[in-house]
Ligand binder design. Sequence first.
Ligand code: WTA
Length: 652
Amino acid sequence: MSESIEHVLEETRHFDPPAAFAARANLKSRADYDRMYRESIENPEGFWGKVAEEFHWFKKWQRVLNADAAPFYKWFEGGTTNLSYNCLDRHLDGPRKNKAAILWEGEPGDQRTLTYQQLHREVCKAANALKALGVHKGDRVAIYMPMVPELPIAMLACARIGAVHSVIFGGFSVNAIVDRVHDAACKLIITADSGYRRGAVLPLKPVVDEALKQCPTVEKVLVVKRGGNAVTMQAGRDHWWHETVAPASAVCPAEELDAEHPLYILYTSGSTGKPKGILHTTAGYMIGAAVTAKYVFDLQEDDVYWCTADIGWVTGHTYSVYGIFANGTTSVMYEGTPNTPHEGRFWEIIEKYRVNIFYTAPTAIRTFIRWGDEWPNKYDLSSLRLLGSVGEPINPEAWMWYHEVIGKGRCPIVDTWWQTETGSISITTIPGAMPTKPGSAGLPFFGVKVAVVTEEGEAVDAKHSGTLVIQAPWPSMLRTLFGADDRYKEVYWSKFAKQGWYLAGDGAFCDANGYYMIIGRLDDVIKVSGHRLGTMEIESALVSHDLVAEAAVVGYPHDIKGQAICAFVSVPRGITPTEKDKDTLRNHVATQLGPIARPDQIRFTDSLPKTRSGKIMRRLLRDIAAGKETKGDTTTLEDFTVLAKLREHAEG
Ligand code: WTA
């Protein structure tokens, strides 16, 4: 861990909110932000209680926050509500009923529009179909789908009946599905025959079939027809969506659910062990998602909003689905890749749907820079008024390009820091209320009490970066790790147990204006193109191959992807690995986990550097992978020669 890193990068540029933007914004001034922030920290129960009044409740809560069993916090105890109701039914009484909820564009160019009323109808039908297939309140439903409207429909249908969804990113593969379905004991899985990706049909149902051989808890499979590829349907188990959902009744009252009723599980990678099932519950998550969306994206009634994240990640959950529909906003959804059939596809979509708010990831921005300004310059981007970034630190050069070439210098950029665990945006600027600064996320959102501290929990001085912690509970926080309360306590709350702080796992720096700059993970989580991957999962996939005795996986800096994956692999005695074996192993990981986890480099080695207690010294491997001289303390190294050998291999 980098306890106390001297902060050197000094960014002096800053951009004030354009006056016209601030004038009609949901939050118009720094003074308003300061006042609300202060209230949210000094009197969180009063603040959130007032905010919660804006939502629909079947029964009002008795207690805003119950911290008796911390860190197992409870919000809005005694209250009952339903998130699907708040995202849909609430909008049907007024002019929003015929407003577009989803503007969907398929990769081949096909389109679908669903108004709030139509979306409500589809969600009710899907909810009834799930019930008919034996899904009850509290049951877990896995969702493994391409970016088609049935994906948010399926999520909202689960939320409607109190089933707990677990969305598995459509780019994952067999093993990732098996682990996740097994951990949550999912009863049903919703999938599609395939989705469109890079101009071709990418089969999904066959992957599910393969996974289900090892998933005994799954009783039923619901299959959306998208690509039309041939699939095997197992009688009694597999059902087509169009044959099951279409004839179902469109009347399905939203279930009255406890505020703390589990809403979804989303697996995310940590440093050790299998992926963690982050559990979010109903009311606190709803309020956090909706309120951050309203203020950070400054949602206005006539906005067209587009978040490019796949719904399989938390960004899609909160800011393509729940936070957006809870505000009655029109949301663009695009199925495919940004360069199919050409590298101007995103800008074409912005022009076509007159997108006003665009939310994407730094890795995408760096890719667009490489493709050249001629692509965005071909299209009319004048509808844009606000840009957003999420997923990893955005380097100031990419920020400036985004600002100038996409935003034409007119649009504020919100650089939003948050995590699957935080559920909603935690550090950001609010676009009408405060200046932005390239490379800095900004200030904490309402109710988020953050600090940068040393390993011992002391405040760092103004020159140093440290560990980012959150010092008080917030409504959209994770409630636990599914089925693993102890691990929840251990991972997030043990490091600063005395103080009762949440450990974010990131390094950060706070400047003289109170703006937070996030430096990156302090643990073994790798961010490849903004996707969070655990070294352990990749190592397990490698070790499952006969060629591998032991593996250690680390990230290293990459111009486009942010980080790339390097795997150090030792082979069983007697085997001499070849260049071809490297490809074999890279492909093996891709098949097991999905293409995003494919290592960029495989380096064979006789043995891995370890401490005397047998821990792999990842810091050293990271330096070697990055091509840096190995710094730091190596006195605990078990075998000094290992390091020299690893470096030789790197050069060879
Ligand atoms: C990183 C994604 C810098 C960070 C919403 C965090 C960021 C992890 C930013 C969570 C940002 C996310 N600037 N770093 N604006 N946003 N991160 O769970 O390391 O996929 O801990 O959630 O992404 O990743 P996750």
